[in-house]
Ligand binder design. Structure first.
Ligand code: UDP
Ligand code: MG
Length: 309
């Protein structure tokens, strides 16, 4: 028998925990047919509601249910990492508890693993039910990442993914503190099969991400998998030197031919302000990378466990 670990990060999801369990167990005939033993790991990311109690209730009925509970909210990335570290399965799958990653896809995903793929990933091809402004920026983000990062990051990719133990171990070997899993999956490589599906809306509860959080997350992603922004300062420097040189030639020639008196105080102030602004902007980018490096160097644990069942 092989073991299939299902990792489910939960943050304030008391309504969804049991619904998810029922939905997952609809796959019971499939597990039996393929001789898969289930290991269901709920990772409680420091929830303040009854999530932990709900998981404990399930554990009392079914000992295949496990719980890893954090001492505080560490974020979904940390929760996924903890799940991977805890899992013992030959195959590991990560899913959201809100049923936006339909467990009914599992048999098909497993089929591809059997065919020899190392991982089967999912991406949503529609963003129905999502605010248009959010979809717009999401598209821009993936477009930009494609240009500035060598790591492949798929548009609309979900964290819903079935992997072999070999790939899980590769991911676990990446112990960086600033985790951007969508990039990590691409970075480790291996053969990946992509399944596409239409966006599904949340079964219960509400999303934990607002626009600002997503925006900051996208910046994390860019900085974790690209150093292109650091080039901006050099590029801006070269461009401004060229402009300055052209202007110097222009002014010298004009002076020699027409002998103009000094003029253009306003334009000078504007140019100074603009260059000052660009300098601060570039220093800011440097600062961001420095801050990320600082956090990595501290080498703090990615998460802290309060309780484990
Ligand atoms: N989640 C988490 N920690 C967080 C935020 C979210 O573990 O700090 C979990 C959440 O419980 C859910 C999954 O991550 O299982 C996806 O979150 P959500 O559905 O809010 O994101 P969306 O689907 O709206 O992008
Ligand atoms: Mg969701």
């Amino acid at each position: 028998m092989s073991v299939l670990s299902v990792i489910v990060p939960c943050y304030n999801e008391e309504e969804s925990v049991a619904i998810f369990y029922q939905e997952l167990l609809k796959n019971e005939p499939f597990f039996a047919e393929k001789e898969l033993e289930l290991e269901l790991i709920y990772v409680d990311d420091g929830s303040r509601d009854g999530t932990v109690a709900e998981v404990k209730k399930l554990h009392a009925q079914d000992e295949r249910v496990h719980l890893v509970s954090f001492s505080r909210n560490f974020g979904k990335e940390a929760a996924m990492f903890a799940g991977l570290e805890t899992s013992t399965g030959d195959y590991v799958v990560m899913m959201d508890v809100d049923l936006q990653d339909p467990p009914s896809l599992l048999p098909e995903m497993y089929e591809y693993i059997q065919q020899g793929y190392d991982s089967v990933a999912t991406r949503r091809v529609s963003r129905k039910g999502e605010p248009p402004i959010r979809s717009f920026f999401a598209r821009r983000f993936y477009g930009l990442m494609k240009k500035i990062s060598k790591t492949e990051i798929m548009d609309g990719a979900r964290d819903y993914r079935l992997m072999t133990r070999q790939m899980v171990d590769a991911i676990l070997s990446m112990r960086e503190y600033n985790r951007f899993t969508k990039g990590i999956f691409g970075w480790v490589g291996f053969n990946t099969k992509w399944l596409e599906y239409e966006n599904v809306e949340r079964a219960a509860g509400e999303t934990k991400w607002n626009f600002w959080k997503l925006f900051m997350y996208s910046l994390d992603g860019i900085m974790a998998f690209s150093t292109a922004p650091l080039m901006l300062a050099s590029v801006a420097g070269v461009v401004f030197c060229l402009i300055a040189f052209a202007m110097m030639v222009f002014i010298i020639v004009r002076k020699l031919i027409f002998g103009d008196p000094v003029d253009g105080w306003a334009s000078q102030v504007c140019i100074m302000l603009m260059i000052g602004g660009i300098q601060f902007f570039c220093t800011g980018i440097l600062g961001q990378y420095l801050a990320k490096t600082y956090m990595e160097v501290k080498n703090r644990p990615i998460y802290l466990v309060k309780e484990k069942i």
